[in-house]
Write a protein that binds this ligand. Structure first.
Ligand code: SAH
Ligand code: SF4
Length: 397
């Protein structure tokens, strides 16, 4: 095929690096599943009959108490602590910058192995705090309205780098429990959304392992119903997400005809609306969860007509759903405009009258470019030109 716009990569063509540790380096324990942690401990010389207990103890230190230093793991023998310190480390990504918006939203720029950078956003609300984490550096997909999609360099995050984001947020918010203090049930990081940089279902194994760690009841202990994974529609992985993770699902729907969705979300050329909807119909049963969130970015004159709203309602009939309307967040060079407020409200009204919750997502942290779709790490400025983006979006040019 010579059509340039169709040549945008819509398959996973990146690997997770670093794959192998340099000689003599200590292995990071963060992000290992319980089974992997046990295997690492055995390899380091932990007697088989002790390994279950040791795994549990170390797990609690790392994920319940937030301890980073093996010397502080006081229920382990001195020699054993020394052995652990020699072989392993408890390492998190490095915080490069931290910005706080006027509305309290915090945006972090994090540096990971190889000098790559990703962003993470914390959004405090009245009754909860949502942490928006990244799953890849950049994204292989090139949705035409998304800033992240214009970033050229892409690599998958490791499970350690994904779990590490949650731990860093707890560090910054001072949320680790204090020994002896009464149990505090209010959680600052009460919800996690995989809606930062990257397509989480193109980094499935690492995302799954990281979420297993995060959901473990003896550690970070976030229930699977407080985790929402957002996908642009990687159909073959949707059922696995239900059965192997079991979290809530959000889908970046954004259009009601294949013609428009092909332009906005290019993965639609591979798995179209009908195929996507079929996978979504099975999700609630497979994951034993309730509603699927349909994300719908409001782009002026592109996907925001009354007819679109009515078509959307017809398409999703029978799927337990909530429709999250996202006013388009602008970024430098973006080829779209945000729909007018009255248009968004009229659209929401049609969906609401059809019996679906249709909240309009208030943009958060816009002043620090922390809102949906604005994330893009500062060092990855190799941005495509406005003309290239417009061409890919099928807007001429
Ligand atoms: N890659 C995944 C998750 C990250 S994007 C996905 O696409 O689902 C999180 C959400 O923000 C998606 O629904 C995405 O479509 C939306 N988004 C991207 N750019 C946006 C922008 N400029 N304004 C508003 N929402 C945007
Ligand atoms: Fe990637 Fe999601 Fe952005 Fe599309 S919207 S380019 S899938 S991060």
């Amino acid at each position: 095929m010579t059509d340039n716009s169709a040549s945008a990569p819509i398959t996973q063509d990146v690997v997770t690096i670093p794959r192998r540790l340099p000689e003599g380096a200590r292995r990071n324990l963060v992000g290992l599943t319980r089974e992997q942690l046990a295997a690492a401990l055995i390899e380091a010389g932990t007697p088989e009959r002790q390994v279950k207990m040791r795994t549990g103890q170390i797990w609690q230190w790392i994920y319940h108490w937030g301890v980073r230093d093996f010397a502080a793991m006081t229920n382990l023998g001195k020699d054993y602590r020394a052995l652990l310190a020699e072989r392993f480390e408890i390492a998190l990504p490095e915080v490069v910058t931290r910005q706080v918006s006027v509305d309290g939203t915090r945006k972090y720029l994090l540096r990971i192995a190889g000098g790559h950078e990703v962003e993470m956003v914390y959004i405090p609300e009245e009754n909860r705090g949502t942490l928006c984490i990244s799953s890849q550096v950049g994204c292989t997909l090139t949705c035409s309205f998304c800033h992240t999609g214009t970033q050229k360099l892409v690599r998958n995050l490791t499970a350690a780098e994904i779990v590490g984001q949650v731990m860093l947020a707890r560090d910054d918010l001072g949320e680790w429990p204090r020994p002896g203090a009464p149990k505090d049930e209010t959680r600052l990081v009460s919800n996690i959304v995989l809606m930062g940089m990257g397509e989480p279902l193109y980094n499935f194994d690492n995302v799954r392992d990281a979420m297993k760690v995060v959901m473990d009841g003896e550690g970070l202990s976030l229930s699977r119903r407080r985790i929402t994974l957002s996908t642009s529609g990687v159909v073959p992985e949707i059922a696995r997400c239900a059965t192997e993770i079991g979290c809530l699902l959000a889908v970046s729907f954004h259009a009601t005809t294949d013609e428009v969705r092909d332009r906005l979300v290019p993965i639609n050329r591979r798995w179209n609306i009908e195929t996507l909807l079929a996978a979504l119909r099975d999700y609630p049963r497979l994951s034993n969860s309730e509603r699927i969130t349909f994300e719908y970015v409001m782009l002026k004159g592109v996907n925001d007509s009354d007819e679109d709203a009515r078509r959307l309602v017809r398409l999703i009939a029978g799927i337990p759903a909530k429709i999250n309307l996202i006013p388009f967040n602008e970024w430098p060079g973006a080829p779209y405009e945000r729909s007018d407020w009255e248009r968004i409200e009229a659209f929401a009204d049609i969906i609401y009258k059809a019996g679906y919750a249709s909240p309009i997502r208030t943009p958060r942290g816009e002043d620090i470019m922390a809102a949906c779709g604005q994330l893009k790490s500062a060092t990855e400025r190799a941005r495509k030109s406005r003309a290239e983006i417009a061409a890919e979006a099928g807007l001429g040019g």
